[in-house]
Design a protein around this ligand. Structure first.
Ligand SMILES: Nc1ncnc2c1ncn2[C@@H]1O[C@H](COP(=O)(O)OP(=O)(O)OP(=O)(O)O)[C@@H](O)[C@H]1O
Ligand SMILES: [Mg+2]
Length: 356
């Protein structure tokens, strides 16, 4: 049997979902796979040659594990907080340090990292996905049941209106019926909009964001800005352009409504390598984020904002984000949100191209 060469082996390591680093006897990084790049927000190119302690910021506890490793003891640090720079965030990881068995004199160390809060997120995603799928079925059948009689109701009101003499005050009532039937029909259309079948055509995500930007600039007050920071290298996304416009517009409109008369919305795109969505690892994922510097989402609502009928506005229907999430889900993507006063960010992750 042919023994695989080192380039082949590093490709195998790069394909692993587990984050793996290799440290030499001087405790400098000699190798780092794609999953570790993703987890640590550190490129392998930059990490190789750097002290392990700088690349994997777990503090003295990692130092101790490396020393124990050099003596042949495998150590697992459980649920250890790891603070990442750029953007700053804290995650919890399980970290295993073990010596690479290369024979005498070798003190190469393998460091494996596993994000533990990430596992909880995946479980939540699956739960949300099931819930949304079931909600979609209910919406489709309800929409059908409502729209048919509504059409009849509107038609009957119009016939009645025609029968009444021009000056008759009762015509005010027929007008109310027609108007309310139209409003209800519009609501049903909006609700079902996110639950239509989606097209599968390549489209440019920046064109979608630019379209939303233009639509928004027309309606917003002068003190509001919509800035952009695009990664020009992202390839086309496959899906439904119109629905994606709707999904992003719902987020941007919320930001505008929350901000009042001053502030900035930022539309940003980035490519993420080796990213997991719905339990599937993708070689390339595009992240489109919409941030605003408004007051932030009410902490009492934040866990539920993607559910239908959850609103913090007196005139809100609470459908915008539920529809957005359904559209993203149908594109096999994920939407996440973080919010604090002065910084609210919605991130849409969409898979690109083939899976590894
Ligand atoms: N950028 C944001 N800043 C502050 N709060 C937000 C932001 N985005 C969403 N929210 C909160 O989340 C709630 C839910 O938003 P969602 O779009 O689902 O419904 P809505 O805007 O209330 O109604 P609809 O979009 O159906 O007209 C909002 O009412 C608001 O309280
Ligand atoms: Mg909304």
């Amino acid at each position: 049997m042919k023994i695989p060469d080192s380039a082949f082996l590093s490709r195998v390591l790069d394909g692993l979902k587990q984050a793996v680093l290799l440290s030499d006897s001087a405790k400098t990084v000699r190798f780092m796979n794609g999953a570790a790049e993703d987890l640590l927000h550190f490129s392998a190119q930059r990490a190789v040659g750097q002290p392990v302690m700088d690349v994997v910021p777990l503090g003295m506890i990692l130092q101790a594990a490396l020393i124990a490793g050099a003596e042949g003891t495998t150590t697992t640090l459980r649920q250890t907080p790891l603070r990442r720079a750029n953007p700053p965030s804290e995650i919890n990881v399980d970290c295993t340090v073990s010596a690479l068995p290369l024979g005498e004199g070798s003190d190469y160390m393998i460091i494996e990292l596993n994000q533990v809060d990430h596992l909880r997120k995946i479980a939540q995603e699956t739960w949300l996905q099931d819930r949304q799928g079931a909600f979609g079925d209910v919406v489709r059948s309800l929409a059908h049941e409502i729209k048919n009689p509504l059409g009849g109701l509107r038609g009957a009101a119009q016939l009645l209106d025609r029968e009444l003499p021009k000056q008759n005050t009762l015509r005010e009532y027929t007008r109310i019926i027609t108007h309310e039937a139209d409003r209800l029909s519009g609501l049903v259309d909006r609700l079902t909009g996110g639950y239509r079948d989606i097209k599968r055509e390549p489209f440019n995500l920046h064109a979608v964001l630019e379209h939303v930007r233009k639509l928004t600039l027309v309606e917003i007050p002068l003190g509001l800005d919509v800035d952009r920071d695009y990664d020009p290298s992202i390839p086309d996304v496959v899906g439904d352009r119109e629905q994606m416009i709707q999904a992003v517009l719902n987020i941007v409109r919320n930001a505008v409504q929350a901000m009042g008369s001053r502030g900035t919305i930022l539309l940003k795109t980035r490519v993420r390598r080796q990213h997991t969505l719905h339990g599937q690892r993708h070689r390339l994922v595009v992240e489109a984020s919409i941030s605003d510097d408004g007051p932030g989402i009410d902490p009492q609502l934040i866990d539920r904002i993607f559910f239908p009928m959850v609103t913090g506005r007196a005139d809100g229907t609470g459908l915008g984000l539920a529809i957005t999430q359904e559209i993203i889900r149908r594109h096999n993507g994920v939407i996440e949100c973080t919010s604090e006063p002065g910084k609210t960010r919605f991130s849409i992750f969409l898979p690109m191209g083939h899976r590894p």
